[in-house]
Ligand binder design. Structure first.
Ligand code: ADP
Ligand code: ADP
Length: 226
């Protein structure tokens, strides 16, 4: 099954805004996929639906063949989400933030602790693991969001505008890790409004505008057209 298969996905908010107007999209396993679009295009709405934070108004979405509507909790076990906004408790410690996130997925404590150590080390946060999260730099906080998203060892990692307002050094360290886990087999989808970022990282791309997919192609094919 595809890593992600979206068919005719629609979202109309209660104020009447049509954020998604029938989006269809397929992402193959192992891909590093960009969803590119200007502000207001519908990217966050799409990610919100995939992560069960937003209810779709119509259409279907499947993660590795698992319907996010009919088999919601199974689907959530396959996804890791790195949201745009820092949303962990800044008074907690990175180690606890990760272990608690694993607890949410029902991962036994010993295994949760093993994973927290593994991912905090891989993201070069281990020496900060027992410091309050608020003492971390901006880049460290971003990497902590990735470590937390890895705790259920997702088959599909989704990053929502992960480098908005982030400097070049921090971007590099984030992309190094994300590229590594993609090479190890994790499918990665990232949303961005910077083509340059997508261009450097992603093999395939969809462009969304005003709630519709206006382009869906290989990165090389897209660049050769510009
Ligand atoms: P739903 O239709 O999914 O129930 P709502 O329309 O009730 O969603 O909005 C959910 C929340 O998003 C509300 O708290 C609302 O204030 C907020 N919201 C409204 N408009 C916007 C917007 N343009 N961008 C982001 N958030 C918004
Ligand atoms: P993007 O992530 O590409 O910037 P969004 O999905 O946030 O786009 O927004 C798509 C459209 O839906 C925009 O017009 C936005 O104002 C609107 N929107 C987003 N969230 C809400 C909400 N909760 N309630 C009403 N309108 C919303």
């Amino acid at each position: 099954a595809p890593a992600l298969e979206i068919t005719d996905l629609r979202k109309t908010y209660s104020n009447g805004t049509e954020a998604l107007k029938g989006v269809s999209l397929t992402v193959q396993p192992g891909d590093f996929f960009a969803l590119l679009g200007p502000n207001g295009a519908g990217k966050s709405t799409l990610i919100g639906i995939l992560s069960s934070l937003v209810n779709a108004s119509g259409g279907t979405a499947k993660i590795f063949g698992v319907s996010i509507h009919e088999q919601r909790s199974q689907a959530m076990h396959l996804i890791g989400l790195v949201p745009q906004e820092i949303n962990f408790n800044q008074f907690e410690k990175p180690f606890d933030i990760c272990v608690n996130a694993a607890g949410f997925y029902g991962i036994p404590r010993a295994e949760a602790m093993r994973r927290a150590e593994k991912y905090l080390k891989e993201l070069r946060l281990w020496d900060k693991a027992q410091h309050p999260a608020r003492s971390l730099s901006g880049g460290m906080k971003r990497r902590l969001m990735i470590a937390r998203a890895m705790m259920n060892e997702p088959k599909l990692l989704i990053l929502d505008e992960p480098t908005a307002g982030v400097d070049i050094e921090i971007r590099r360290s984030m992309w190094q890790f994300v590229t590594g886990i993609n090479k190890a087999g994790t499918t990665v989808i990232l949303t961005t409004h910077y083509l340059e970022e997508a261009e450097q990282l992603c093999r395939n791309i969809a462009i969304i505008d005003h709630g519709s997919i206006v382009e869906n192609t290989g990165m090389k094919q897209l660049l050769s057209k510009l």
